[in-house]
Design a protein around this ligand. Structure first.
Ligand SMILES: [Zn+2]
Length: 82
């Protein structure tokens, strides 16, 4: 049983655990966003700012704000885990 929403691939796909603790398949949009968030967090600050600005112009503020929320969650989980 997973928390996957809207993805049809969970029956076969590998299951991953999100920062929220939810389990989804690795094809889920939620996982894709989390991978992106981790990638961005690993960038130097200047590069991260540029990457976010670029995404904002392509996908809109709403999409980037959702991404930032995930980045914050990943950041805080990393800090909590040392
Ligand atoms: Zn899924």
């Amino acid at each position: 049983m997973t928390d996957c929403l809207g993805c049809q691939s969970c029956e076969d796909g590998p299951i991953v655990t999100l920062i929220s603790g939810a389990q989804v398949c690795n094809l889920c949009p939620a996982w894709r966003v989390e991978c992106e968030a981790r990638e961005l967090l690993d960038m130097p600050l200047e590069a991260r700012r540029a990457a976010l600005a670029d995404r904002e112009s392509k996908r809109g503020v709403k999409s980037v704000n959702a991404l930032k929320d995930v980045m914050k969650a990943v950041f805080e989980a990393r800090r909590a885990n040392g």
